[in-house]
Design a binder for this molecule. Sequence first.
Ligand SMILES: [Fe+2]
Length: 140
Amino acid sequence: MSIQWRKSYEIGVEEIDSQHKELFKRIRDLLDACSQNKGRQEVSKMIDFLEEYVDIHFTSEEKLHVKNLYPEYKGHKLLHIKFVENFEEIKRKFESEGPTLQFVAMVNKFVVEWLIHHIGTADRAFGNYLRNKEDKNGDN
Ligand SMILES: [Fe+2]
């Protein structure tokens, strides 16, 4: 699955959409570093760089959920926690084996596919919730 940003991934919340784009970019950089056979240190740097941004991004999403009294907040947060657990496993895989094909396959499955699915379902649901909420407020 390619990690190319598409307009259809936008959920209509600017802060989140732009962070998603940045996430895509960092994942692409990581996968590129692997396919270009960059050294272990270089790939490791990309993993840390991505991990750091995942943390920033999940935190700001969850803050927006809380601020807007999003009823699905807890379930959504659990999805984020599960992702972080998977990511840690991927990191361990890298630490023990380096940028192998299996490692790249794990990144594709647990990072790329997960993210595209998550954006299209859970994040989109939040975008819709926010839009409904703003429409209602607009009527007042
Ligand atoms: Fe999310």
